[in-house]
Design a protein around this ligand. Structure first.
Ligand code: MG
Length: 288
């Protein structure tokens, strides 16, 4: 009752002295604190109703530091390119070409040997030899990949260690030296190319190994080829969150406004040859 009176009087009081400052005591809401009778509750154990005991998560042996966990598909362990080949059709640089590339790849997939070099436990882009893609197709995945920009002081902007990781050959997270190398923000390392700027710049200097850990959720299309859910990317660059469940608008293209083009549930992972000798190592995937 006391509170009600204050609530009624206070506005009148404030209105009558609008030029002077009114200091009111902040009221703490009164809450009944329920005293739990544990002995009584133990008779029925009501907490058990919200416990979920199945399914039991499968046991996985974690890798040491960044090595692959026991259930990963290893795409490159430093030895050879046996999990990769060179696709006949590269990624789509122009949005108006994407549909025809997707169609060409699905109708008559053609490929040849991956020509990138393997040196000192790393695969190295061979400039001019084209992109490489995995022989295996993937949809939703967890990806770990390490990469290195070789020191090359003469280079800058988009021409300093440019490569890219294209999920399904279409959705790119940019690989670039972004350590003191200015370029457009939605094209720097860790950007979802021309769609999402990374939350922070966690780049290491050229010459140092860096890592990406990425959760990719593939877009879903229904039987009528209508988009049901878009692609999402969560990414860590050198263990720092740079993309947090970022929604893609469609393929990551160089020219044009992106929109979805229907495609298969699973497609190969592609690494870009942009003319720079970027190195990659320790690549593994967990299908989700
Ligand atoms: Mg690129």
């Amino acid at each position: 009752m006391k509170k009600t009176i204050i609530a009624l009087i206070l506005p009148l009081f404030m209105a009558s002295c609008s030029t002077s400052q009114v200091i009111t005591e902040e009221k703490t809401p009164e809450v009944d604190v329920l005293q739990l009778d544990w002995d009584e509750l133990a008779k029925t154990s009501p907490w058990k109703a919200s416990e979920q005991w199945t399914p039991i998560p499968e046991k996985v042996t974690p890798g040491v530091f960044t090595s692959a966990p026991s259930d990963a598909i290893v795409l490159f362990d430093g030895q050879d390119l046996s999990a990769w080949h060179k696709p006949t059709y590269d990624y789509g640089a122009r949005m108006d070409q994407v549909a025809s590339i997707i169609k060409a790849k699905s109708v008559a997939p053609e490929f040849s040997e991956a020509l990138w070099e393997v040196k000192a436990g790393a695969m190295v882009v061979k400039p001019g030899s084209g992109a490489i893609e995995t022989k295996q197709a993937f949809g939703d995945m967890q990806l770990h990949i390490e990469w290195l920009s070789p020191e090359d002081p003469g280079k800058k902007d988009q021409f300093y260690s440019n490569s890219g990781i294209f999920f399904m050959g279409l959705y790119e997270i940019q690989v670039l030296n972004s350590y003191e190398n200015e370029t457009y923000a939605n094209g720097q390392a860790g950007s979802l190319y021309k769609q999402h700027i990374p939350l922070v710049n966690a780049s290491k200097p050229p010459g140092e190994w860096q890592s990406y850990d990425i959760i990719f959720t593939a877009p879903k299309f229904d039987a009528n080829n209508t988009l049901v859910s878009p692609a999402y990317v969560t990414a860590f660059h050198n263990n720092v969150l740079i993309q947090n469940h970022a929604e893609l608008l469609g393929p990551c293209v160089y020219i044009g406004e992106s929109y979805y083009v229907p495609h298969a549930d699973k497609l190969p992972l592609l690494l870009q040859d942009h003319g720079d000798k970027v190195r990659f190592r320790n690549i593994w995937v967990r299908e989700l």
